[in-house]
Design a protein around this ligand. Structure first.
Ligand code: GLY
Length: 582
């Protein structure tokens, strides 16, 4: 659907889908998300006088209604906030936590192999949800409007219904085999006879509206205690889940200092562990900074070769060094050190491809990946459509970049009966067995082993980039599991190295490599000649194209009030919304 464009307005907001090469422009703030009604909610909050945090929180709750495959109450995520007045950037970690009854080998079968069905689609795959605590923490500390004001639009969408988009109809159809197995999900997302909603039909979610109303009335207690908590625990008991009342009451948001690095004079601030995204994006940018990429030309073979070899080395490190920093001493400073990048760059042969089996995590040669293990791990990850990103920017220069998720599309497919929302399957982001690939084909080490109250490693990479003068110039992020990190990095490269505007940067074909499987994934649009040259260098290319990520981004020139937003056309239904002019 690249190139589609439409616009409409109500009293408070104008929604516009950008075209392939032209961003939407506004001088009064902007919200970009994967679902246009949710973007509109954010713009209406800006029109009410709310700041970017108010708009982001309202959009997050609205997406829980209108984008149930990834928008959520039952999942978790990361929010980066830049506060203009204080000139301060912070991150909020509201990632799910393992229940206290979780244990290292809980997903292993009697043979000691990972039981993937249990790790991904059983109720035990759910971590303790963090979204409600995270969004409320942001609002309480950095918002300006009341909880009732920011929640009312989501309540209205759930209570009164909204017209089903082609994207929602299609994704519910694709996920029907899983969602039909759970009676609550079947009743929430399909008609009484079990058939799917068609484009334009209204989806009403009364139980979800009641849950949102409890949150509007009682704040965090409206979710982690009282009626909603009782419904969650009843679901756990019915289906054999591990989350108990204490786990819910004990859920904690963590504010963490973002990790920031310099790339060609720009300051890139992004999510620290338990996301792997920030660490490895900065690591790859450090490697790439040593070459004049612009001189190589965008998506030339020489350029893609350098990207792939940087990605290969960063993802090898990811497999060994990354986990929850509250449980494992993640060597962030070492991995993002420019000298380490110099060392890695020095290992790269500019004429021919390395083999992933020859690359080990680099900081310590002790990391062992023997040949038989590597051969076993050559599974191709399925295309992931889950997780979602949104960006919000207000007229005062406050910026929010938020990525949150249920992990897989529609999480584990299990809804909390009576409460109207789906549960995550984030426990699969742990390494159920160090050395075994998860749902994205990613390998993890002991750093990411399951432990009670630990947060699973993530790839989510909400990012804000600042120019040489310290002004924010880009907010971006993406869904896409393991591909998130490389997709977000290519947005930065496209803008910084190739001077693209945000729409061009979004539309440009992307590539991805993650060490294992040893394969270059690429989008349609990378030229056949380039692919031939890459094969000639020894790269193993995927046998078909795939779509990589879905960035929802806002750009500024850093010196005027104008903002430029682009919703990624890779996902039907995404949109930019701006407050209507007074
Ligand atoms: N569940 C996907 C991620 O957190 O990266």
């Amino acid at each position: 659907m690249i190139g589609s464009s439409f616009a409409w307005s109500n009293d408070n907001a104008i929604i516009d889908s950008s075209t392939r090469f032209h961003p939407v422009m506004s001088d009064s703030g902007m919200v970009v998300s994967q679902e246009i009604f949710a973007s509109q909610v954010g713009a209406e909050i800006l029109a009410l006088g709310g700041n970017a945090v108010d708009a982001a929180v309202a959009t997050g709750f609205a997406l829980a209604v209108t984008l149930p495959r990834a928008g959520n109450l039952g999942g978790g995520g990361f929010m980066l906030i830049h506060l203009a007045e204080e000139n301060k950037t912070l991150s909020i970690d509201y990632r799910e936590m393992a229940p206290t009854e979780a244990s290292r080998d809980m997903f292993l079968d009697t043979e000691g192999d990972v039981d993937n069905a249990k790790a991904r689609f059983s109720i035990q795959s759910s971590g303790v949800p963090g979204t409600v605590a995270g969004l409320l923490h942001a609002l309480d500390n950095y918002g300006t409007l009341s909880l009732k004001q920011v929640l009312q639009p989501a309540i209205d969408l759930a209570r009164n219904g909204f017209p089903v988009s082609t994207d929602l109809a299609a994704s519910l159809q694709a996920r029907q085999p899983t969602l039909h197995k759970n009676p609550a999900s079947k009743s929430y997302f399909y008609k009484a006879d079990g058939s799917g909603y068609k484009y334009g039909e209204s989806l009403v979610q009364s139980d979800l509206a009641a849950t949102l109303e409890r949150i509007a009335k009682s704040g965090k207690r409206g979710f982690y205690k009282g009626r909603t908590a009782q419904l969650i625990i009843a679901e756990m008991r019915r289906s054999g889940g591990l989350i108990n009342h204490r786990d819910l009451a004990d859920y904690r948001v963590v504010e963490r200092a973002p990790i920031c690095g310099d790339y060609r004079g720009n300051r890139v601030c992004t999510m620290p562990p338990p996301s792997s995204g920030g660490v490895h994006m900065l690591q790859m940018l450090n490697i790439l900074e040593g070459w004049d990429l612009q001189a190589l030309d965008h998506n030339s073979a020489a350029y893609i070769h350098r990207l792939v070899e940087s990605m290969r080395r960063a993802y090898a490190d990811r497999s060994y060094y990354l986990g929850d920093p509250d449980f494992f001493p993640v060597p962030v400073a070492e991995l993002t050190d420019k000298k380490y990048a110099d060392f890695l760059r020095g290992q790269i042969d500019l004429q021919s491809a390395s083999r992933s089996k020859d690359i080990s995590p680099g900081l310590a040669s002790a990391a062992a990946h023997n040949q038989s293990q590597v051969d076993k791990l050559r599974s191709i990850p399925q295309e992931s459509t889950e997780t979602t990103h949104f960006s919000a920017w207000d007229r005062w220069g406050n910026v929010v970049s938020n990525t949150y998720t249920l992990n897989f599309s529609y999480g584990n497919g299990i809804s909390v009966a009576g409460a109207g929302f789906l549960l995550n399957n984030e426990m699969d982001d742990f390494s159920a067995k160090p050395g075994s690939p998860n749902g994205y084909g990613l390998i993890g080490g002991a750093a990411n082993a399951i432990e009670p109250k630990k947060r699973p490693l993530s790839s989510m990479t909400p990012t804000i980039v600042f120019n040489r003068d310290g002004a924010p110039v880009l907010a971006t992020g993406s869904p896409g599991g393991s591909t998130i990190i490389t997709v977000v990095m290519q947005m930065i490269l496209n803008i910084v190295d190739f001077d693209m505007n945000v729409a061009e940067a979004t539309a440009a074909p992307r590539i991805h490599h993650q060490w294992l499987p040893d394969r270059v994934f690429y989008e349609s649009g990378v030229s056949a000649d380039t692919l031939g040259l890459l094969r000639g260098m020894g790269h193993q290319l995927s046998d078909k194209t795939r779509r990589l990520g879905a960035t929802e981004s806002i750009q500024s020139d850093g010196s005027t009030p104008f903002l430029y937003g682009t919703a990624d056309h890779r996902r039907d239904g995404s949109g930019v919304a701006v407050p209507a002019a007074d």
